[in-house]
Design a protein around this ligand. Structure first.
Ligand code: ATP
Ligand code: MG
Length: 498
């Protein structure tokens, strides 16, 4: 890609970027939130037309006017947000748009073909399963298979690991290496520098729409890359000194709940959380953490047990009551539960509070002026990059959408009593990650109880005062300053002394 520039109203997303990738390499693309990574790749995939610049494939100048043309050039993209159709099966999703000819087609045969194809690609899936019921890791495999099914030689993976557990990430990396060894070319976008360094052959860094440079992975390290991304050295956020732990805020007693498919997801959990405390819940995805968060925020009804907030019995409350009690939520699935895509930045910033003063006035009118002022304040405070408060949230970069979700947690006047933060920094760049962690610490220092649910062990270890590991719907308490090894063992259901 030569001298690619892309202007959107009010933003230059790419500014004369040169980007070169060799065949058969895994090439990392790094940059802060809003640096222009997704836009650059969107141009390569025909989603956007560059304002100026040229694209060459194997030395030949090409015009890519649509994803269909990109696919014809054997370019495939797995987007930052999943694009699968959740009520269709795996096989149907994979062949969608490239179904066999003819009016009738044999579903069995297609399922078989897809299964064989998946086995060859080392990306195991069950072709007959409905996509909506799959774990995120499995959905991702389907996304990649879909691209491979269309014979892609150049694969763009936009933050594929942001939502994966360490185990799923390892499996994905194995598949990526196998694809590279078959001569495929992979462009890999991610924010975790460790991951990028471990999987990539070369790495290109963007900063505010401009190219900073391309490095061999072997000749660089985390701190150099971080410096290239932001232009300064970044220090990680950790709590300085001991937390001041106050009264009990949350008490969970023998909590049980069922999962999406009616299976038992929580097998009787009991724990306490105090004011000023950050309680980390670590665990491999799918061990009940999603259900736990949903029960605590009123999104799922428990089948047994009790939840108390201070002295109030909140078992089986609704999300609105949860908000009334000062329970705030950074949802795991930011796209599905964190925002309303068609709404503006301003509207998204008051979601959940829109039904109360000062945003709601007499006769249920929304108080425009108050909302505008509030939105501008949050945009500034949380450095949400957006042309204006009225911009539809869809046109913000992924990381900036997330800053908005975190900013909303602070509410209008009242600080949260209990903050439930599920994967709060997934998809954030180094600087923003630091910022969000600092905010969580700050909130707890101000007396909020924070429940941090994260698949990122480094994160849990960095800022939690206490760590519980969830496995098969049960909680296990880790020691005071646990090692990665200890947590890893607990995560798969073992103990150090075994
Ligand atoms: N469709 C669009 N309309 C208007 N502006 C856009 C659009 N898509 C992206 N932008 C803007 O272009 C800039 C670059 O965005 P991009 O999505 O490429 O960032 P990114 O590097 O992928 O960031 P992240 O790590 O947060 O995903 C941002 O300022 C964003 O607001
Ligand atoms: Mg992006």
């Amino acid at each position: 890609m030569r001298q690619i520039t892309k202007d959107f109203p009010g933003v230059r997303a790419n500014d004369a970027v040169d980007f070169k990738v060799a065949q058969g390499e895994i090439h990392g693309l790094l940059g802060e939130n809003g640096a222009g990574k997704s836009v650059l790749m969107g141009i390569l995939y025909g989603l956007y037309q560059p304002t100026s610049g040229e694209i060459f494939i194997h030395g030949r100048a090409v015009a890519i006017r649509s994803p269909a043309e990109a696919i014809a050039l054997k370019i495939g993209m797995v987007h930052q947000h999943f694009m699968l159709i959740s009520n269709m099966t795996v096989a149907e999703n994979i062949v969608l748009g490239f179904e066999p000819d003819g009016y009738f087609w044999n579903r069995k045969e297609i399922a078989q073909r897809v299964a064989q194809f998946a086995a060859e690609a080392k990306l195991p899936i069950n072709p007959e399963e409905t996509v909506g019921q799959l774990s995120v890791g499995a959905q991702q495999r389907v996304e990649i298979l879909k691209v491979l099914y269309r014979q892609a030689q150049i694969l763009i993976l936009d933050e594929p690991t942001a939502v994966l557990t360490p185990q799923e990430t390892e499996a994905l990396f194995r598949a990526m290496r196998a694809l590279r060894d078959q001569g495929k070319t992979i462009i890999f976008i991610a924010h975790k520098l460790k991951e990028v360094l471990s999987i990539c052959d070369r790495i290109t860094v963007l900063c505010r729409g401009k190219l900073v440079g391309t490095e061999d992975a072997g000749a660089t390290d985390e701190s150099k890359l971080a410096e290239m991304m932001v232009g300064t050295k970044v220090v990680p956020a950790t709590r300085i000194g001991e937390a001041t732990i106050g009264d009990r805020v949350l008490e969970v007693k023998d909590l049980t709940a069922d999962g999406e498919r009616g299976e038992r997801a929580l097998e009787g959990l009991s724990f306490e959380l105090r004011a000023g405390e950050i309680l980390g819940i670590a665990g491999v995805e799918g061990n009940g953490q999603t259900e736990l968060v949903e029960v605590l925020t009123g999104l799922r009804r428990p089948t047994g047990g009790k939840v108390f907030l201070s002295e109030a019995d909140l078992s089986g409350i609704t999300p609105r009551t949860a908000l009334d009690y000062g329970i705030r939520h950074i949802p795991e699935d930011k796209r599905k539960r964190g925002i309303i895509p068609g709404f503006s930045v301003k509207e998204n910033l008051i979601l959940g509070d829109h039904c109360r003063p000062p945003f709601k006035g007499r006769f249920s009118w929304l108080m425009e002026r108050v909302i505008r002022r509030f939105a501008d304040k949050r945009i500034e405070e949380f450095q949400i990059q957006t042309p204006s408060r009225d911009t539809p949230i869809d046109s913000l970069s992924g990381g900036n959408q997330q800053r908005l979700i975190v900013g909303r947690v602070y509410g209008h006047q009242k600080r949260p009593t209990l903050l439930i933060a599920a994967q709060p920094t997934c998809g954030l760049d180094v600087q923003a990650t630091r910022y969000v962690r600092q905010k969580l610490i700050e909130l707890s220092d101000q007396g909020a109880a924070v429940l941090l649910v994260s698949a990122d062990l480094d994160e849990v270890m960095a800022i939690s005062d206490r760590i519980l590991v969830i496995h098969n719907g049960r909680l296990h308490e880790a020691s005071k300053r646990p090692s990665r090894q200890e947590l890893g063992l607990l995560m798969i259901g073992g103990r150090e002394d075994e």
